[in-house]
Design a protein around this ligand. Structure first.
Ligand SMILES: O=C(O)C1=C[C@@H](OP(=O)(O)O)[C@@H](O)[C@H](O)C1
Ligand SMILES: C=C(OP(=O)(O)O)C(=O)O
Length: 419
């Protein structure tokens, strides 16, 4: 357990490690590419290392060139690992690698933590089956462990439900170039978390693959193609930058996150718009983005597209004047923990009137008190409640090492707020 000490007059500039979502995608596209790829500034965290080690177990060779990771592309010819693959509680690894495993030469079994065994994947398995892949939930409950058997994937038309997770669509898109007939994907529910689909297509384009699309409803990719190898640099993680802008918002200070660009396809940058609507000032510059805190007022906001920023905004809302309503976020119940209940419970411990419905979080701003915060083994709960402790004495974060999932250096960067 770690105690967070309050701090006044924050005026800091911080650097954030590479994006988790881009790292997963670049690792996969590189592994399936036609030659040598180099990756600079990749995120080395629990989750991204799970994706990398799974690729290695599927026969992908890697090396190092100074700080860069080198990946020898396989052209899409993967071998099946021959033993169960553990993907921890990394939903992105589980969903994306479920599709990639179909390129293996035999069966692959993917599993994870007890929580992962409760996180749904059935709609993706149905989609994979429509492409001619055998995809089974081994406990017949639409959750991991799963068994995938593919090889020469037929492709064709897939009707995909993406009301629970956009990762199902990203997964199917990423292997679409490796199908025989190409793929036409019709999204028949959702999608939630839409910017992650744009990020997937962004990476596919950078690796030389064209995706035809009609909004978020229909996607077409030609078959029998291979990703082009090249050199890639991972941009800083916008979701993890959010905690540092939140620190400025809550304390009335100023924090610059270096090297993050307002033009990025990372949807979580839209958290900044929420903070502006709450009264903060944002300067989007060439070398980074700075947020200056001001007196906060409540907002009414739809966060379906940026689920990972809900806990962050929830904590900031506890310090705002009025009642904040965060709408259309049912998918938060299927994350590392049930994040709607977790945020409401921990804010309540801090003396804040906070409650959730099936798809909303409702927070009445006030004067939070200190508390021992339960983190539910969820990195984002640990990081966003740490922000509250910058303003309120007596905030303790339990199991603080759970930040390793996406941001192992979080506590070191956090300390820079005290300099
Ligand atoms: O594709 C991705 O990289 C992600 C998609 C989102 O999940 P959902 O689409 O399940 O909401 C997000 O919560 C997760 O952290 C990363
Ligand atoms: C939901 C998250 O990750 P994943 O789905 O990859 O476990 C997250 O990082 O907040």
């Amino acid at each position: 357990m770690i105690e967070i000490k309050p701090v006044k007059n924050i005026d800091a500039a911080v650097s954030i490690p590479g994006s988790k979502s881009f790292t997963h995608r670049i690792l996969i596209a590189s592994a399936l590419s036609d030659g040598l790829c180099s990756i600079a500034n990749m995120l080395e965290s629990e989750d991204t290392l799970l994706t990398l080690s799974t690729l290695k177990q599927m026969g992908v060779k890697t090396g190092k060139d100074k700080e860069k990771l080198i990946i020898h592309g396989t052209g899409g010819a993967l071998k099946s690992p021959g033993k169960e693959i553990h993907l921890g509680n990394s939903g992105t690894s589980m969903r994306l690698m479920a599709a990639v495993a179909a390129l293996g030469d035999g069966a692959s079994v993917l599993t994870g933590t007890e929580r992962m065994k409760q996180r749904p994947i059935g709609d993706l398995l149905e989609g994979l089956e429509q492409m001619g892949i055998s995809a089974k939930s081994l406990n017949n409950n639409g959750c991991p462990p799963i068994e995938i058997k593919g090889k020469n994937i037929k492709g064709g038309t897939v009707n995909l439900k993406c009301a629970v997770s956009s990762q199902y669509l990203s997964a199917v898109l990423l292997i679409a170039p490796y199908t025989m007939q190409g793929l036409e994907i019709n999204v028949i529910q959702g999608p939630v978390s839409r910017p992650y689909i744009d990020m997937t297509i962004d990476i596919m384009n950078k690796f030389g693959i064209n995706v035809k699309r009609q909004g978020y409803e229909k996607f077409q990719v030609q078959g029998k193609q291979v990703y082009k190898s090249g050199n890639y640099t991972v941009e800083p993680d916008a979701s993890n930058a959010g905690y540092f802008w939140a620190a400025a918002a809550v304390t009335g200070g100023r924090v610059k996150v270096r090297d993050i660009s307002a033009g990025s396809s990372q949807g979580d940058l839209n958290l900044l718009k929420c903070f502006e609507n709450m009264g903060c000032q944002v300067a989007r510059e060439k070398d980074g983005i700075t947020l200056s805190g001001r007196p906060l007022k409540a907002i009414d906001v739809d966060m379906a597209d940026i689920p990972d920023m809900v806990p962050t905004l929830g904590v900031v809302a506890a310090f705002a004047k009025g009642t904040t309503i965060i709408r259309n976020v049912a998918h938060l119940k299927a994350k590392e923990c049930d994040r709607l209940s977790a945020v409401a419970a921990e804010l309540s411990k801090m003396g804040i009137d906070a409650k959730c419905t099936d798809d909303e979080l409702i927070i009445k701003g006030g004067n939070p008190n200190g508390a021992e915060i339960e983190t539910y083994d969820d990195h984002r709960i640990a990081m966003c409640f740490a922000v509250a402790g910058l303003k309120v004495p007596g905030v303790y974060i339990k199991n603080e090492e759970c930040v390793n999932k996406s941001f192992p250096s979080f506590w070191n960067v956090f300390e820079q707020l005290y300099l």
